[in-house]
Design a protein around this ligand. Structure first.
Ligand code: PMP
Length: 458
């Protein structure tokens, strides 16, 4: 395969014209991906990589049905949503058909950040309250407002001042949080962690205010693949609503059948949110996202005389991509597939954990899994260094993984949904070898990093 630029030229131009704050994976030696299909990506030399992290390519990279739907629509009409078009209304209808009945109004936008930002704006108007409650280490977006509700983006900053209207509840993390398993059962954990949110809502109420919005992912992603304990969201939603607040489920990473058992991960908790935000996988790479809410809440803008217009939101091509994605999920039964492959994956990870003491915890639902790398299993001490070494050793074997979580030690796994049990076997086999030789790998990789640094400095 050839591209116009050598990899070195691409990197040089990137360093010149793209800010270094826009980081790349494997910064010591980034990958240049020129082509991708299903769960595989190919670099400029035609080397194939197994992609275990790209949840945007939900139904598989460059799925021909999604590509055709978007391309055909681009060739016909792609203008703004002030003209009528079938795709927008059919797409809204299709999304609404997967949600609880009252969530029937869809605001189309272009990114998850915009969707969350819009929900904050609507909640302020609807409730008259500004206070927002979020979970620790969460990530919800990149606009000014969504950055303020994303501790993931400011915990490590020296000079950042948490906004007064932002309230951070503890991560309901059964492995590393303030209440843990196995000391507590999952149902106890749900109650205990919900109690921490109630403390916040009580305090806000005592101060004479109400909560505007509670916003949480239905499983925490960037925060370290953390699963909400059983029965957590019900009392949390009740507490928030008792002060007049609204509740949002951020399904940007967890939706569209990824967890296997449900189309949306909030459904597992038996709650009905006031807002659901969706994105990423929605267009399989084509930029499209949405805020889904009730007619009553959406009506706030109308009552106030606010016109909502978004130049690209809901354009016919992005809606065509979304309709195609949802159709492929059905046709290829990807939700069931995620459940089956995810269960197989988790069983394999549990076996791997028994064999390797570096693995402190494994957890997963469908094709959303995490591996906690620790230096001490009993004390659960996070080991970011070994986690990174594993990622690099896997990359050297053409398997692409990544690390996240507050302590930077959770290997995340959220591949395209067409991932197979054969892919799982391959990944587990290579990871087994990497963990067995983690000591040797450490030395080899550290010297490779040093070499890269020298090269980069030149
Ligand atoms: N919410 C969650 C949970 C996310 O993971 C992300 C993106 N990583 C966003 C919102 C923001 O989405 P976008 O990058 O499309 O703005």
């Amino acid at each position: 395969e050839t591209t116009a630029l050598t990899k070195a030229d691409t990197l040089a131009l990137r360093n010149k014209h793209i800010s270094n704050s826009c980081t790349v994976f494997f910064h010591e030696n980034p990958l240049k991906i020129v082509r991708a299909q299903r769960q595989y990506m190919y670099d400029e030399n035609g080397i194939e990589y197994l992609d275990c992290i790209n949840n945007v390519a939900h139904v598989g990279h460059c799925h021909p049905k999604v590509v055709a739907a978007a391309a055909n629509q681009l060739a016909q009409q792609c203008t703004n949503s002030r003209f009528l078009h079938d795709n927008m209304v059919l797409c809204a209808q299709k999304i609404a058909s997967t949600m609880p009945e009252q969530l029937s109004v869809v605001f189309f936008v272009n990114s998850g950040s915009e969707a969350n930002d819009l929900a904050i704006r609507l909640s302020r108007h609807y409730t008259g309250h500004k206070d927002v409650v979020i979970l620790d280490h969460a990530y919800h977006g990149t606009t000014i407002t969504t950055t303020d509700i994303s501790p993931h983006k400011w915990h490590h900053l020296k000079d950042y001042k948490q906004k007064k209207w932002v309230h951070v509840a503890p991560q309901p993390d059964a492995y590393r949080g303030m209440f843990r398993s196995p000391e507590h059962t999952d149902a106890d954990l749900g109650r205990l962690y919900a109690g921490e949110v109630e403390k916040i809502t009580d305090r806000i109420a005592k101060e004479g205010r109400g909560v505007g919005l509670f916003l949480a992912e239905s499983l925490q992603s960037c925060a370290g693949q953390v699963f909400l304990p059983e029965g957590y969201l019900k009392p949390v939603y009740e507490a928030v609503r008792s002060t007049g607040g609204l509740c949002l489920a951020d399904e940007v990473q967890t939706g569209f059948g990824r967890i296997g058992t449900h189309y949306w991960a909030f459904q597992e908790q038996g709650v009905i949110p006031d807002f659901v935000t969706i994105g990423k996988s929605m267009g399989n790479g084509f930029p499209v996202a949405a805020l889904v809410t009730t007619p009553e809440i959406a009506g706030t803008f109308v009552k106030m005389g606010i016109e909502y217009f978004n130049s690209y939101g809901g354009n016919a091509a992005s809606c065509a991509a979304t309709l195609a994605v949802m159709q492929v999920i059905e046709d290829e039964q990807l939700q069931n597939h995620a459940k089956r492959v995810g269960d197989y994956f988790l069983t394999g990870l549990i076996a791997l954990q028994k064999k390797h003491r570096q693995i402190g915890d494994v957890r997963g639902k469908g094709l959303f899994l995490g591996i906690e790398i620790v230096s001490d299993r009993v004390k659960r001490i996070p080991d970011a260094c070994t986690a990174h070494l594993i990622i690099m050793a896997m990359r050297a074997r053409n398997v692409i993984l990544s690390v996240e979580g507050p302590a930077d030690n959770v290997v995340k796994i959220k591949p395209p949904m067409c991932f197979t049990t054969a892919n799982v076997d391959l990944l587990l086999g290579i990871m087994d070898e990497c963990l067995s030789s983690a000591g040797e790998a450490a030395v080899a990789i550290e010297s490779a990093i040093e070499r890269d640094h020298v090269l980069n400095e030149e």
